[in-house]
Design a protein around this ligand. Sequence first.
Ligand code: FES
Ligand code: FES
Length: 170
Amino acid sequence: MNLSVNGVTRDVDSGPLTSLLDVLREELGVTSPKAGCEQGGCGACTVIVDGVARRSCLTPIAAVEGAEVTTVEGLGAPEDMSPLQQAFTHHYAAQCGFCTSGMMLAAQAYIDGGGTDDPEAIQEAIAGHVCRCTGYVKIIDAIAAAARGDSFDLTVTAQSAGMVNLGGAV
Ligand code: FES
Ligand code: FES
């Protein structure tokens, strides 16, 4: 079998009932989807499959043969973050980060589907995604900002948080 992961075709040797989560993490070395409950209840394993956010822990690989899979690595890179990744950074929407990949992919599918900055609609889009750190408010703020198309100067964000020393010597 094979599938496309972030635009690259990957051969898969795992058995047909192996979960997409295990294939990504254990066979292909793509570790951003997190193994939380592994029962469909936490959202940490969420990836986008052919444009739809899916729980990879509940998805047998045989059901997605040939599909286009997007993980958070496919959204952008640290030096070239997507608008949604920038919004999460600006709004401090990630703390420990365990839920963040799944949250972002649910949010990206929501935005790609025409989702707006309506907080109730965003809550529905991330329903079932468990975050034990943030209280959800900053996550919803970040998704709303990305849905609106807000732009950010992340150097200012970092300076205000003391995250980097832009002056050089530490
Ligand atoms: Fe898949 Fe929790 S690990 S929903
Ligand atoms: Fe820690 Fe969400 S940031 S679980």
